[in-house]
Design a protein around this ligand. Structure first.
Ligand code: UDP
Ligand code: MG
Length: 326
């Protein structure tokens, strides 16, 4: 029998969220049932170790609209969402955090805009509840820095909570980069885009799965993936220090001509060595960041490894991104 065509796919990446999954399923299904179109909820288990995996399987066996994709280990949030997109079948795909910080009820507004003809409807955080001062400040700085230095206009205060039309998902599925910053990729593809404001709630339970190290990693992927600015910095430093050297040389000639001995050779030499040593190390480090990423692309390893998934659905990215080859 021909299966009903899925209209809406909701993707939730899950990393140790056992306490939340029941509530997530409950709230998402109420909202999606209101829309009245066939839907699926893809729960991507990003290497959970807290029993979330069993919970996901349990939800899936009770309701076939819940589709599990279970990773062999933790690959990270952006990769989990990517796998969700690969496995999705809907005409529109909604990406949502599993911790209910993105209220599922907002999906109704996203769908409304999609029906008006927008292909990317992103949710903009106007307020954030229950997050530390540190998280809010670093997030705000991050969005503004990315906005300034990247080559694509990534909307401010916008996370991954958004709706993407099938056309956009298909384009993004062809983007095989390993170090993924989905918000940047979503802005880069173009299409008709619009923002919908929402209030970001506090976590339903548990603690953040984004420690400083992961946040920093995401920021580095965002910057290196969408900007050459750090590489250009080395050039700017080079010009600036060469300029300084010329000025210093001129000053030295003038001082010598008027018979002054004010500049002692040693101090200046030491300062210059430290300064240029620092600049060179930083420049090398920046180069290293890009070269490391090139190396990862050259290795061409799969983006993720799936241990188990719903046999009814198959990714159609021809196995390039995962170990699934059919
Ligand atoms: N997450 C994931 N893999 C990770 C880290 C996080 O799939 O390695 C999921 C997590 O379960 C949640 C979403 O990504 O559904 C956002 O993570 P979190 O809420 O911890 O981030 P925060 O909201 O604190 O930035
Ligand atoms: Mg969260």
């Amino acid at each position: 029998m021909e299966k009903t065509k899925v209209c809406l796919s909701v993707i939730a990446p899950v990393y140790n969220e056992a306490e939340i999954l029941d509530e997530l399923y409950h709230r998402v299904s109420i909202v999606l049932d209101q829309i009245g179109e066939p839907w699926e909820l893809i729960l991507v288990d990003d290497g959970c170790t807290d029993g979330s995996t069993d919970k996901i399987i349990e939800l899936a066996s009770a309701d076939e609209r819940v589709r599990p994709v279970i990773f062999a280990r933790n690959f990270g949030h952006q990769i989990a969402v990517t796998a969700g997109m690969d496995y999705s079948q809907g005409e529109a795909v909604v990406i949502i955090d599993a911790d209910l910080q993105d209220p599922p009820e907002v999906i109704l507004e996203l769908v409304e805009k999609w029906r008006e003809g927008y292909e990317v409807v992103y949710a903009v955080r106007t307020e954030r509840e229950g997050e530390s001062w540190f998280k809010k400040t670093t997030a705000s700085l991050f969005y503004r820095l990315i906005y300034r230095i990247t080559d694509v206009a990534i909307p401010l205060d916008t996370g991954d909570f958004r709706l993407l039309d099938r056309q956009v998902v298909d384009v993004m599925k062809k983007m095989d980069e390993h170090h993924r910053f989905l918000r940047g990729m979503g802005a880069w593809v173009g299409f008709r885009q619009i923002g919908v404001p929402y209030k970001r709630a506090a976590r339903f339970a548990g603690t953040t799965k984004y420690p400083l190290k992961k946040m920093f990693g995401l920021a580095m992927n965002a910057i290196t993936g969408f900007s050459y600015f750090p590489l250009q910095l080395a050039t700017y430093f080079g010009f600036a220090s060469a300029g300084l050297a010329v000025l210093g040389f001129l000053a030295w000639i003038v001082l010598r001509l008027i018979g002054s001995q004010t500049i002692s050779g040693q101090t200046i030499t030491l300062i210059a060595i430290f300064f240029f040593g620092g600049v060179q190390m930083i420049s090398l480090g920046i180069l290293g960041e890009y070269i490391g990423r090139l190396y990862d692309e050259a290795k061409g390893r799969p983006l993720y490894i799936v241990r188990k998934f719903d046999k009814n659905i198959k990714p159609d990215s021809k196995g390039k991104r995962s170990n699934e080859t059919k």
